[in-house]
Design a protein around this ligand. Structure first.
Ligand SMILES: [Fe+2]
Ligand SMILES: [Fe+2]
Length: 223
């Protein structure tokens, strides 16, 4: 949910006060700044919704794998790219915040990162498979079960505890960090790469850049 601020808070953000033309560049910049701030839970929820929709298409709901998707290869590719960006952003900014701010944050983050590591291995194999080869459907089904359980864990076990300790400004700042990290993030899972926040901000950046070069050459994700 986009943050909304009372006038007093806005005047603190913009010490220039009420001066300037509300319809001019300064007023416009103020409205843009407020409107584009999206809290962390909204950013992450949008990603989860996208992943859940892809999984529903790929698994055909309760039906056979890939039955509902007119283009399961493309949906799987989108899933791998979206998940890679999402989990890398969480590893860089979300889980460190959970560890720092939530009382049992270390235990929660450790459990979640074990789930994410397993998910990466499945997706890394999935991206080498093709619909109809048997393994593709098996991996989609495996990831669908694990991915849904992981999303449920984050949303029901972790988010309420983090929400309780973050101020709206904290949640907005984290949302901004996650958004930036996703934009610069990897498009492949890299299951064997170090996943510490520090490593992701150094070697992970290089891996993400290489992913984008390979995507540009192959046309991957261009749809
Ligand atoms: Fe996650
Ligand atoms: Fe997540």
């Amino acid at each position: 949910m986009a943050a909304s601020y009372p006038p007093a808070a806005l005047s603190r953000l913009h010490p220039g006060g009420a001066g300037g033309c509300p319809g001019g560049p300064v007023g416009y910049a103020r409205r843009q700044e407020v409107r584009t701030m999206t809290d962390a839970f909204t950013v992450l929820k949008a990603d989860h919704t996208e992943v859940e929709a892809l999984l529903t298409r790929l698994t055909g709901g309760a039906g056979p794998a890939s039955a509902a998707s007119p283009d399961p290869a493309r949906d799987a590719e989108t899933l791998v790219m979206a998940e890679s960006r999402h989990e890398a952003a969480e590893e860089m900014y979300f889980w460190p915040t959970v560890r720092e701010r939530v009382a049992d944050g270390d235990a929660l983050a450790n459990e979640a990162k074990a789930q994410e590591a397993e998910g990466k291995r499945v997706l890394d194999e999935l991206r080498t498979c093709a619909p109809g080869d048997g393994r593709f459907e098996e991996l989609v089904a495996t990831f669908a079960a694990a991915g849904r359980a992981h999303i449920d864990f984050e949303e029901t076990q972790v988010w309420p505890k983090l929400r309780a300790v973050l101020t709206p400004a904290d949640a907005d700042k984290l949302g901004d960090e996650l958004t930036r990290a996703k934009a610069a993030g990897p498009t492949r899972p890299h299951p064997d790469a170090p996943d510490s926040p520090g490593a992701l901000k150094t070697t992970g950046v290089a891996a993400a850049a290489m992913d984008k070069v390979r995507d540009a050459v192959s046309g991957r994700g261009r749809h």
